[in-house]
Design a protein around this ligand. Structure first.
Ligand SMILES: [Zn+2]
Length: 293
């Protein structure tokens, strides 16, 4: 018998046999944090978009979310989303290819959901008729739900939940009427990075005090521990500094705001953000004492 930590509620769970998943599954069935996570991720829009529009399988959604396939299918039935039979799923890849060819032939578009195509308009009309959904990607609540976007961690694709402070900044930017993209994918040296809040060529990174080792709190040799990390503060600054340089190289300007400051004096942070967006005022990399070696 050994213990594992539940990655949702961070409580210790006793596992009866090595590799026996039963106890963790048993725990998850009554874990409030997991249930909350599940309900937050498996929204009607998310499932509809991935399963119906993007034609991904329930297994694929399971891999993305870490939620088992059974639970996903149950949720889809709950939302009245038609689930495909296994045979249909097997034909999916082939069908996708045929679909592409048909679209090219008939419309001259590779993908039939390109904006302003007849098929896209039809699809949007159908979404409205079937689900009462208008303009799915423009809706504010969907934009907020963009915190259910994907990120890559240790070679695995995971869902990234945004932190409370990040949400606060995002809410502020939206309320000010800025056209902000949350979790924007940016390709740096062939690696996908996710920028927190992006307005045109300006990036606002909302840094958690622990995850980025706030230099106002930690010294360079302080040991930082969190999920998947147990090393010096300096290494986190290294990573951020590399990312900073890559963003700059791509023509982005980067402003860093910190959890601590947002919690202690959000008004001041708001002011800094506005000056950055409107006048480009910025101090550059967050750690003034930082030196590369
Ligand atoms: Zn738990």
């Amino acid at each position: 018998m050994h213990t594992e930590i539940c990655k949702y509620c961070h409580k210790k769970v006793e596992i009866k046999k090595d590799g026996h998943k039963g106890s963790m599954q048993g725990h998850l069935a009554k874990c409030n944090e997991y249930q909350k996570y599940k309900n937050e991720i498996l929204t009607k829009e998310y499932l509809y978009n991935e399963y119906i529009v993007n034609r991904h399988s329930a297994k694929w959604i399971s891999e993305q979310t870490g939620i088992n396939t059974k639970a996903i299918i149950k949720k889809m039935k709950f939302f009245n989303i038609d689930t495909r039979t296994i045979k249909e799923s097997c034909n999916e890849a082939e069908r996708k290819q045929r679909y592409k060819e048909t679209c090219l032939k008939n419309f001259g578009y590779e993908h039939n959901f390109c904006k302003n195509t007849e098929s896209r308009k039809k699809w949007e009309q159908q979404l409205f008729d079937d689900y009462g959904i208008t303009n799915i990607f423009q809706r504010e609540d969907i934009k907020f739900k963009s915190h259910i976007s994907l990120f890559h961690h240790k070679g695995k694709t995971q869902l990234r939940k945004i932190s409370k402070v990040e949400k606060k900044v995002l809410d502020f930017l939206i309320s000010e009427g800025y056209d902000v993209i949350n979790n924007k994918k940016i390709l740096c040296n062939n690696k996908v990075k996710y920028a927190d809040c992006v307005i045109n060529n300006k990036i606002i990174e909302v840094n958690g005090d622990i995850y980025h080792a706030n230099p106002k709190i930690y010294k360079s040799n302080d040991l930082i521990r969190f999920w998947g990390y147990n090393d010096k503060a300096k290494l986190l600054w290294d990573k951020d500094y590399q990312k900073f340089k890559e963003y700059k190289h791509l023509g982005y300007d980067v402003l860093y705001v910190w959890e601590k400051d947002i919690k202690e004096n959000f008004d001041k942070v708001k002011d800094i953000i506005k000056k950055f967006i409107e006048r480009g005022e910025n101090e550059g990399f967050y750690n003034k004492e930082y030196k590369e070696n």
